[in-house]
Ligand binder design. Sequence first.
Ligand code: PCA
Length: 324
Amino acid sequence: MKTMMGLMAATALGLGAATAANAETWDMPMAYPASNYHTENGTKFAECVTSATDGAVEIVVHPNGSLFAGNDIKRAVQTGQAPIGERLLSAHANENPLFGLDSIPFLATSFDASDKLWAAGIDDIKAALADQNLVYVYSVPWPPQGLYTKKEINSAADLKGIKFRAYNAATARIAELAGMVPVQIEAAELSQALATGVAESFISSGSTGVDSKVWESLDHFYDVQAWLPRNVIFVNKDMFDGLDAAGQKAIMDCGAEAATRGEDTAKSLTAGYLKTLAENGMTVAAPSEQLKTDLEGYGETMTTEWLSSAGDQGKAIIEAYKAN
Ligand code: PCA
């Protein structure tokens, strides 16, 4: 095993090919709990790369923001502090609106639609990541996003003044449009934020609701199905370029398998998460017509806003998506 500086020095000398004789250990920071399907899937991906390279590249997963907090993972990989990592890409939409493509409310609300939208944008997203010294490996969607609250909510008016946990710019914007008070909180800190009253509502999947045992603080889940954001796994470009062709292929092949396996798992778990919320005493319901209409109105506003920030490139992606 060599240190990362060692690898970078070797790369600079043109000796970068990782072989079993000079095996690398790659730390892979992830932001969600070890038991979450994204993390379990990432762990299988790591094992796949380790075995496909005969241990030349051993990837070691660090779950739950333990190595880098969620919000720091992308920068850590860009700068080579970590060779590979996973991040909810839409949390970085402030850097490039393309990173928020998956979080435009009510644009793509099912797994199939999410795949189509992602396919329409993936080339541009890969290029945007490459501009930041990142190589895209794979992504896996979260289940459709719903609304968690303490009290019953029948329309957006009922949301006014509520302290709302946001996880990206889109969720913060919804809070703003509904007159809520947004506070940015990582999933790893969510239970505590709810328990202490720092947040009293949020939008997320059943998956994160179950991970955070939100029934300990909240009572309602509205299955709004507003969008399906994605976790993206990327590699530092210098580290990737420093691998030999076999190492690069192992990462991409294992990534392709992980994308399919992760999404299949997400689909198979979605209904069960809502069942678990209900079994633990939460009221799980469809949103009222009025709440749906109000939220869809925010979706229209935010689609227009996204299109104006993403320019011609954004327009072409949405047109390609709608044409399919
Ligand atoms: N869970 C993540 C992002 C989307 C989701 O379903 C979270 O709440 O942080």
